[in-house]
Design a protein around this ligand. Structure first.
Ligand SMILES: *[C@@H]1O[C@H](CO)[C@@H](O)[C@H](O)[C@H]1NC(C)=O
Ligand SMILES: *[C@@H]1O[C@H](CO)[C@@H](O)[C@H](O)[C@H]1NC(C)=O
Ligand SMILES: *[C@@H]1O[C@H](CO)[C@@H](O)[C@H](O)[C@H]1NC(C)=O
Length: 445
């Protein structure tokens, strides 16, 4: 299994990068506001954008991919419950309605579209020469053509003529995809918000020369943002923030990721813990309008054996709530809507609560659904975040039950639709996540 001896590698990597910095061979300019625009699923700028896709097809994909993501979450939790090894690192699902970040690597800089994944451990990209990278987007990064690239050697090379034994990189995925190659350092170019200038940073990443995947990915790698030692969040300032606007607007262009010191940590905060590579928050309850649902206080608690809990995830579009809670919410929404709209049963997804009608015109008066977290932080879902327009005249609730999982791991998952209209800021030093309700456009200044 990949990464079975990861802890050793990590030690090597970390001691080596410390050496590099202290000998002054890499630039260590402190970043100010390292920004990458984010390309959300469904956006006209997304390489997987399908102009003719109907809203119905889109949400069917969302359901399918959210299910895949949930299977990945489950596999990873079970993997790390079974063994303490780093096997869990190997499982981000590559499929999905992914969020892409656009970063440029090397000198000259080569733009790369990479999946932003809050649950992944490292940054890796496809590198030239490459076997099976045929469907990448844009130009592949060629380390031999970058004047600033340096391989990471198994034993540090301090002398001229020392032959580098490159540190191998490999990662395997639940869907059978994989990437392997070597670890290296290079500059990564971000946009900054101060007058469009750019900042450079020396970053450690996996360079994948052998790729295997099952479907045309339309991206060039993965940008990992969990708290693992080599994630980009850890390498760059231990903080990051991302702002998610409106997924229904294909032209909305203010979604953004900010790394390092300049990350936006604003609004109400709630503590997080990282387990199995995921960001867990303490969810305390749910309100529909003023009415607080009757949920037992420990319902969302993470159990001693590492199961349960509530995860914030960017790879899952839908939100998943443990059975009983989903049932309560479902009933509450039915109580409000049944008298006004006709319910629609959707084939294959009978759990989905759908009605004839339109979110825009018909649901203006619908109460805000609020997820409550420890320390008073709230995530407020207006009808556009809580419902999805399934067809022109059918809307559905975007919260699903996790009942299709067996009993070993039943986390609730706060998905991407629920994070719309919010900036989420992660402070990895103090273990707090900040929720700020904001139009992402206002962060651009
Ligand atoms: C999408 O629709 C346009 C115009 O309606 C049509 O010309 C095009 O062939 C369609 N593309 C696909 C992939 O179906
Ligand atoms: C990514 O960034 C590069 C350089 O700024 C730009 O040329 C390219 O169009 C961007 N790609 C996308 C899909 O936005
Ligand atoms: C799930 O629950 C059943 C019945 O409570 C039990 O027999 C089974 O061992 C559990 N499975 C796991 C994987 O814990």
């Amino acid at each position: 299994m990949a990464f079975a001896n990861e802890p050793l590698h990590l030690l090597l990597l970390l001691s080596f990068s410390t050496c590099l910095s202290s000998t002054g061979t890499t630039s260590t300019i402190k970043p100010q506001r390292l920004v990458s625009k984010l390309i959300l699923p469904g956006s006209v700028h997304h390489p997987n954008y399908k102009p003719n896709e109907t809203a119905k097809e889109r949400i069917e994909f969302d359901i399918q991919y959210s299910t895949t993501r949930l299977a990945y979450i489950k596999a990873r939790i079970e993997g790390s419950l079974i063994s303490n090894e780093y096997t869990a690192s190997a499982f981000p699902s590559l499929t999905g309605r992914t969020i892409l970040a656009n970063i440029s690597i090397g000198q000259p800089p080569t733009p790369q579209l990479v999946i932003m994944d809050t649950a992944s451990d490292i940054l890796w990209i496809m590198c030239s020469p490459c076997s099976n990278c045929d469907h990448h987007s844009g130009r592949l990064f060629d380390p031999s053509k970058s004047s600033t690239y340096s391989l990471l050697c198994n034993t540090p090379c301090y002398f001229k003529g020392c032959k580098c034994d490159p540190l191998p990189f490999s990662i395997y995925y639940v869907d059978g995809s994989s990437a392997s190659g070597t670890y290296g350092h290079d500059k990564v170019l971000f946009e900054t918000t101060d007058e469009g200038t750019s900042q450079l940073w020396s970053v450690l990443f996996g360079c994948g020369h052998n790729i295997r995947y099952n479907r045309d990915p339309g991206y060039n790698g993965i940008l990992g943002l969990n708290n693992a030692p080599l994630s980009l969040a850890t390498q760059i300032g231990h903080r990051f923030s991302y702002c998610i606007g409106n997924l229904a607007d294909q032209y909305y262009s203010y979604n953004q990721l900010i790394l390092g010191e300049g990350a936006d940590l604003e609004g109400y905060s709630t503590p997080f813990q990282v387990h199995h590579g995921f960001y867990y928050v303490t969810m305390e309850g749910i309100s529909v309008g003023e009415r607080r649902l009757d949920i037992a206080p420990d319902t969302f608690g993470i159990k001693e054996d590492g199961t349960g809990g509530a995860i914030i995830d960017t790879g899952c579009t839908l939100t998943y709530l443990v059975d009983g809670v989903h049932e309560l919410l479902y009933r509450e929404v039915r109580n409000i809507l049944d008298g006004f709209f006709r319910q629609v049963i959707i084939e294959n997804t009978p759990w989905m609560l759908c009605y004839h009608g339109s979110i825009r015109g018909d649901l203006d008066g619908f109460p805000v659904v609020t997820f409550h977290f420890a320390d008073g932080a709230d995530l407020a879902l207006d009808p556009g975040s809580f419902f999805h327009q399934f067809q022109d005249d059918v809307f559905c609730m975007t919260v699903a039950p996790v009942n299709d999982l067996d009993n070993i791991s039943k986390p609730s998952v706060i998905g991407l639709l629920a994070q719309q209209s919010y900036n989420l800021g992660y402070d990895l030093n103090n273990h707090f996540v900040y929720f700020q309700r904001i139009d992402c456009e206002l962060l651009s200044g």
